[in-house]
Design a protein around this ligand. Structure first.
Ligand code: HEC
Ligand code: HEC
Length: 433
């Protein structure tokens, strides 16, 4: 086992080293995404330096972990290059207009900047597009963890009628199989003709090359005390103590986690309840439980109002109602708007939400949510800490976005509720069924 790991590690290191050198500070503007005419899909970004596979020579890069989540032999330069091309391939969609990159734009840290994504024919979905950066480390994919590998994940948007809308994967494959360039690239990468399995493997291999560390926070942890401002240092302390963020954004509760800020678990932190309300959620859940035919979770998650049930759609356990996967926090400054429904505009809103975090109306609220009594200065410190997780490619963009969010936060704090933040913890009401 150790030998296999070592080989994988060496391979990974070699490939990452062989890949394009890093350019720093490539993205410079984070304009709001363009408004779209009815029936129109968003424009497809062009692949640029930010789309390139990332080097492993980054401070904070978790070499052993990366090797353990990379199937041996999958990351050759030919396969990764093919995967990148496929990620930008609009012919994989039913109308030839939408590619993976439409919603996962490298210039926006592989998100789309919209509350919820818009796909083929301008169809709006129910969920916010997560970043692809560091998605290789997720134990499950999607906000509800409905698939467990990047290969299986990649198949779903291609045929989802509101995303890329191909009638079948075979149909999408047949459209690229007529292209001479793809034929020779598949032969070079896999030694055989264009086929579905290799296509999905190539996309996943490209995604596994998108590792993103080397942030000021990583330099701070590596010993450079000046890498982050004092406010971010205070924020990091709060994160692990009074603000209780580490209870979910860390692998273990009792040990500081400096790598991904995930727990591979699902929680209801009270986002869905804000829009849907208890009665609607309970009603949706009871209908799902009564349903005889198997549920198409992907279709429901992207396109239906029961999307708000989250993990429950996968497990059908009432305790999973409105639960979503704890997302990683790297580059979070440039991946807004926030949460599974993109309902919050700024990191100040996010922290305001946690600050009041009690169970006044949400029967399924995670027991680790409670009022935090964070002061305004402490909220600013937490935001400064989150901002320090921005990788160098997005430094300039992050500075602009920080200024933009700060300006909004000066006039608009829709989630701020000081009385609740400094009030007692209310036990959540009992579940309705
Ligand atoms: C129309 C917009 C859209 C397109 C096109 C699209 N995605 Fe996504 N992607 C999303 C949304 C929205 C989610 C979250 C959906 C959910 O959790 O239910 C997502 C989730 C993901 C995730 C899971 C990340 C995580 O942290 O859970 C990966 C990986 C991913 N997409 C890769 C791809 C690939 C590969 C393609 C092309 C084959 C693609 N996407 C096409 C919008 C899109
Ligand atoms: C009980 C577990 C839990 C705790 C405690 C917690 N989080 Fe989260 N966090 C989550 C989950 C789950 C989500 C996704 C929820 C959703 O979208 O419905 C999330 C989402 C986020 C997001 C949005 C990320 C994105 O890409 O949209 C940020 C930022 C965040 N958390 C920061 C924090 C901070 C800062 C703290 C401490 C003040 C904290 N979290 C405490 C579980 C938790």
């Amino acid at each position: 086992m150790r030998a296999i790991l070592l080989v994988a590690l060496l391979l990974q290191a070699q490939i990452f080293a062989a890949l394009a050198a890093q350019a720093v500070d490539q993205a410079t503007t984070l304009d709001r995404p363009p408004a779209l005419a009815p029936g129109q899909a968003p424009p497809l970004p062009t692949p640029g330096p930010l789309a390139e596979p990332r080097s492993s020579a980054q401070v904070g890069f978790p070499a052993a972990l990366t090797a353990s989540v990379t199937p041996p032999g999958t990351q050759t330069p030919a396969i990764v290059a093919l995967g990148e091309k496929l990620f930008f391939e609009r012919r994989l969609s039913g109308d030839g207009a939408v590619a993976c990159a439409t919603c996962h734009d490298p210039a926006r840290a592989f998100t789309d900047g919209r509350p919820t994504s818009i796909g083929i024919h301008g169809r709006a979905g129910q969920r916010n597009a997560p970043t692809i950066l560091n998605a290789l480390y997720n134990k499950t994919q999607f906000w509800d963890g409905r698939v467990d590998t990047l290969e299986r994940q990649a198949a779903l948007p291609i045929t989802n009628p509101d995303e890329m809308g191909s009638v079948s994967i075979e149909d999408a494959v047949s459209r690229i199989a007529v292209d001479q360039d793809y034929r020779s690239q598949f032969t070079q990468a896999f030694g055989r003709a264009v086929n579905q399995q290799d296509m999905l493997s190539a996309i996943a291999a490209y995604e596994r090359s998108l590792v993103s560390f080397d942030s000021p926070f990583d330099h701070f942890i590596a010993g450079d005390a000046k890498a982050i401002p004092d406010s971010a240092k205070r924020g990091w302390e709060l994160f692990n103590t009074k603000a209780r963020c580490n209870l979910c954004h860390a692998l273990l509760d009792n040990q500081r986690d400096v790598t991904l800020f995930i727990d591979n678990d699902f929680h209801d932190i009270g986002i869905g309840i804000l829009k849907a309300g208890v009665d609607a959620l309970a009603g949706h859940a009871q209908r799902v439980l009564k349903q005889q035919v198997p549920l198409d979770v992907d279709a429901a998650a992207i396109s239906s109002e029961i999307s708000v049930l989250g993990r429950f759609l996968v497990t059908r356990r009432p305790s999973d109602i409105a639960s979503f996967r704890t997302p990683g926090l790297r580059n979070v400054l440039v991946t807004g708007p926030y949460f599974h429904d993109g309902s919050m505009q700024t990191l100040w809103d996010v922290v305001d939400h946690y600050n009041k975090g009690d169970g006044i109306s949400d029967p399924w609220l995670d027991q680790d949510m409670q009022p935090l009594a964070l002061t305004e200065a402490e909220i600013d410190d937490l935001v400064a800490y989150l901002a320090s997780l921005t990788s160098p490619q997005y430094k300039k963009l992050g500075e602009e976005e920080y200024a933009r969010q700060l300006a909004i936060s000066k006039t608009t704090r829709p989630q701020r509720d000081t009385a609740r933040a400094f009030g007692p913890k209310h036990p959540p009401p009992p579940p309705p069924f």
